[in-house]
Design a protein around this ligand. Structure first.
Ligand SMILES: [Zn+2]
Length: 325
């Protein structure tokens, strides 16, 4: 079974894909992403590998839902899912990835987004990474993923609705731009910056050591970046990943979401940004998404975002402090 089912209470699609249950147990000491496995080229720097058990697939039924779904409604999950291999080195943590390879990863994200932008089936390209066993990743091989989704996922819909409401009640002002301006003005939560990007702990961080990266120049998708900006993005991601793994002295379990505007809503107010959502709340404790977070959508943070920003600035490579403008 492979279909999207409508969650009538939350008004969102759930991907039901039973084949994922049957994912084979990999033989010990064997990795399909390693050169010589027969599944990837014998030589590569970065590589796009089609997901063997995709949640969204090009040969799935088209996404063609009833505009007013019934209580029990379903449709097809047509889209695409790829794995992005960051390096041929099996045990290399992303924090040890060379700047050059991060640059190639960003270029690959951009190229795949460009391909999906030409496909009318795709509404949004979600670039992301799950990292660490606490996030359910048992494969150490450094990799991320790209989901080409046939609908705009609910979190992005909420962000779009918030920016519409903000514009309506603030003479057309852009919520993303105003938030970013205020963070730069405050300065206290900035963790790192370069010529094109600023990384900060957001004012209302939900996750421990959460960081957002915003471009200084407002853009909607990866497709708008210049070559120099893509290099800058790779540079600041590399700095943040090093800081994370140096914060507690081990691989930080985290989720990384590279968030882009919907491909087919040029009027929608959105701004490209990267969100890091780590799950380690102290050297020995994990943050679990438990009932209050998952059942009630309310996050509890046990470190002040300003304090966390300070901890992250001190983590190597040390940066800042930054005074507000
Ligand atoms: Zn491997």
């Amino acid at each position: 079974m492979h279909q999207l089912r409508w969650h009538a209470l939350l008004q969102q699609w759930v991907v039901v894909t039973t084949a994922r249950q049957n994912r084979p147990q990999m033989p010990a000491n064997w990795c399909p992403f390693d050169p010589g496995s027969g599944h990837v080229p014998d030589h590569y720097d970065v590589y796009l590998y089609p997901n063997d058990f995709p949640a969204f697939a090009p040969d799935s039924d088209p996404f063609n839902p009833d505009p007013h779904p019934a209580l029990f409604a379903e449709t097809g999950p047509r889209g695409a899912c790829d794995v992005v291999l960051y390096s041929p080195e099996h045990t290399l943590p992303p924090s040890a990835l060379s700047l050059q390879n991060w640059g190639k990863v960003v270029d690959l994200w951009t190229e795949r987004t460009r391909q999906h932008a030409a496909n009318p089936d795709i509404a949004l390209v979600a670039v992301f990474e799950n990292c660490g066993e606490a996030v359910g990743v048992t494969m150490p091989h450094p990799h991320g993923q790209i989901y080409a989704m046939p609908f705009i996922p609910p979190t992005v819909q909420r962000e779009l609705a918030a920016s519409r409401q903000f514009a309506e009640s603030n003479n057309g002002a852009n919520l993303f731009e105003r938030l970013f301006e205020e963070e730069v003005k405050a300065g206290v939560r900035i963790v790192a910056q370069n010529s094109d990007f600023v990384a900060f702990v957001p004012y209302a961080a939900r996750f421990p050591a959460e960081i957002w990266i915003f471009g200084r120049r407002p853009t909607r998708t990866l497709l708008e970046f210049t070559e120099a900006e893509r290099k800058s993005l790779a540079e600041i991601i590399s700095v943040i990943r090093k800081k994370y793994d140096n914060l507690y002295g081990f691989l930080m379990p985290l989720m990384m979401a590279v968030k882009q505007a919907p491909l087919r809503q040029p009027e929608a107010v959105y701004r490209f940004h990267v969100q890091f959502l780590p799950l380690q709340r102290s050297p020995t404790k994990l943050k679990y998404l438990a009932t209050i977070e998952t059942g009630y959508g309310t996050f509890l943070a046990d470190t002040a975002p300003e304090q966390m920003a300070d901890n992250l600035r001190r983590s190597e490579p040390a940066t800042g402090p930054y005074s507000g403008s």
